[in-house]
Design a protein around this ligand. Structure first.
Ligand code: G
Ligand code: G
Ligand code: MN
Length: 536
């Protein structure tokens, strides 16, 4: 029905000065947070994952070593038990033979000795000429099982042998056999008794450090080393590695997690930019103002030049932003018209006028409110239907709403005629606004009835200046009067201007001489005081 109603166009960034720096600051803050959180998480989790992976690796070695050591120990104990059970004549040929066989078949045992009264009587090597002392028991494992640590036969501290006593037999055990599993290069491994006594190790364990770790509780940490323990019965296996390994592993994890976190950060920042873009463009800002209904209306009184009675007011829209600042219409109406948002703003203005003024309009039937229409409202008068409904709902007469149309909206004369005729049929008065400033042909005045003509401020300003243009105002007044239109002078600022207009029978005036535009409550006060003065 109104093919001309599609006003949405691409818009340049005209006009509005915005609160950009705040929005940009917010965007930068959000972006910094959006980047630093995922990256911090990535760094943190790289550390955690690396530590866990290294700990798992060490634990695995410790458990393997422990299993091996337990098996060796079981083996050795088993061998001695068998020897005891045989009950052979001590140091007999058969006994010596059995001991020799046991040494050969039991991997962890290097030598077996038989002793009596604390002195060695014979061993797998044969008879002992001068009986040697058997050594002190240093650790008691099971009831019948004792250990002693003897110095290395070769005098090297890391090759000392372990003595294992079971009743009358003692087995010499090479501790290296206890932990002979394959290790990664950088890992050191030790087997110890649960009191911290070192049994053996591989990978050149640093005895001091390991001894210290052996007595630690499970979670204790050393600055330079990572370690894992496995315990079973009397045995403890400890795997140790330098902390440097962890750094390498952490770097590995970072290679994976940091790019991932940067990707997430990019998504977050993209989202922030996408969300804030609308706030950064004037049009985006105006769109959200329309969506959030950030508009209000101020009312500028229109008075009778003869009597001074206030007969109505012009509704002038204001944009009140969330931060409380007020934006004037000349800063956003052009953008609203360019983008097609103006029709929604007109609707909101009409809603506001009814909300603010319906009680006043009902109480004072002679009062009117003039609402500005944009060119698009005139070409596409959807607002008329809903205005009618809302006025009826609020029991306000259609006559009390004037509609102001500027010449700029008169390009498509057929559409204008339709709108103006419909509006007048509905009971509204229609005023032509900013008359004489629109550069349009006066032809539209022919055959198009309107009720009022608003003489633009620029003509009022010429009054008393003696400028050549000052005579134009007289012609405008003549045109209005010959077309039987009510005249309203806009922007009246001086008594001289008012006097001049009065002398030429201009009916109404609007301007700072009478009052500036004011909030609804103030206008109601102004109007009531004016009524008392002029009517009472
Ligand atoms: O009062 P003021 O400076 O605020 O008005 C500036 C301009 O904005 C004026 O030309 C006025 O006609 C226009 N204007 C004010 N309110 C509205 C409105 O609700 N709709 C339209 N289309 N123009 C308005
Ligand atoms: O364009 P429109 O006719 O709708 O405009 C009303 C505009 O004129 C508003 O911006 C309003 O604030 C302004 N205005 C109203 N009266 C005066 C006045 O006496 N002097 C000046 N300078 N501006 C005025
Ligand atoms: Mn106006």
């Amino acid at each position: 029905m109104f093919p001309q109603c599609n006003f949405l166009r691409k818009t340049s960034t005209t006009g509005i000065s915005l609160n950009r720096s705040r929005v940009i600051l917010l965007a930068v803050t959000l972006a910094v947070i959006g980047i630093s959180i995922p990256v911090s998480f990535a760094l943190y989790f790289s550390n955690v994952r690396a530590a866990q992976a290294e700990q798992d690796r060490l634990s695995l070695f410790a458990r393997q070593a422990l299993l091996r050591a337990s098996a060796s120990l079981r083996d050795a104990v088993g061998t001695l038990r068998v020897l005891e059970r045989e009950e052979l004549v001590p140091c007999s040929a058969a006994h010596l033979q059995k001991m020799r066989l046991a040494v050969i078949t039991t991997r962890s045992i290097d030598d077996i000795a038989y002793f009596k009264d604390g002195r060695v009587q014979c061993s797998s090597m044969g008879e002992v000429e001068a009986p040697i002392s058997v050594g002190r028991t240093e650790y008691t494992a099971a009831k019948d099982l004792h250990f002693s640590l003897s110095p290395s036969p070769l005098g090297e501290s890391d090759h000392r042998m372990i003595g294992m006593f079971y009743n009358a037999h003692k087995a010499l055990i090479n501790p290296v056999r206890f932990a002979d599993i394959l290790l990664d290069d950088d890992i050191q491994l030790v087997i110890a008794l649960s009191d911290g006594t070192l049994l053996g190790g591989i990978g050149n364990p640093d005895a001091g450090m390991i001894g210290k770790i052996a007595t630690w509780t499970y979670r204790q940490k050393d600055g330079d080393f990572l370690h894992a323990r496995a315990e079973q019965g009397d045995l403890v296996a400890i795997a140790v590695e330098p902390r440097d390994r962890l750094i390498v592993r952490t770097q590995h994890e970072m290679l994976l997690l940091v790019p991932l976190s940067l990707l997430i950060a990019a998504l977050i920042v993209g989202g922030v930019v996408w969300r804030l873009r609308r706030h950064l463009s004037p049009l985006g800002e105006l769109k959200s103002a329309v969506k959030r209904r950030e508009f209000l209306v101020h009312y500028q009184p229109i008075v009778s030049l003869k009597t001074g009675e206030c007969v109505g007011a012009e509704a002038l829209v204001r944009w009140q932003r969330a931060d409380g600042s007020m934006t004037r219409p000349d800063l956003f109406i052009p953008l609203a018209e360019e983008s097609g948002l103006i029709t929604q703003i007109t609707q909101q203005v009409m809603d506001l006028v009814i909300h603010d003024m319906h009680l006043m309009l009902k109480k004072y039937p002679r009062l009117h409110i003039a609402v500005n229409l944009s060119a698009q409202d005139i070409q596409c008068p959807h607002f008329l239907g809903s205005l009618k409904t809302k006025l009826e709902e609020n029991c306000v007469s259609q006559r009390q709403i004037w509609l102001e149309a500027t010449e700029r909206g008169f390009m498509n004369v057929d559409a204008v005629r339709h709108t103006i005729e419909t509006a007048r049929k509905q009971g509204h008065s229609v005023a032509i606004d900013d008359f004489g400033t629109g550069y349009s042909s006066l032809a539209y005045l022919q055959g198009l009835r309107m009720d009022a003509l608003k003489i633009d401020k620029s003509f009022i300003d010429t009054i008393g200046t003696g400028a050549a243009t000052s005579t134009v105002i007289d012609h405008i007044i003549d045109i209005a009067q010959s077309l039987d239109m009510v005249t309203v002078a806009e922007g009246v600022e001086t008594h001289e201007q008012a006097e001049y207009l009065r002398a030429r029978d201009v009916k109404y005036g609007q301007g700072w001489l009478f009052a500036k535009a004011m909030p609804p409550r103030d206008f109601i006060g102004f109007y009531q005081a004016n009524q008392l003065r002029t009517q009472g």
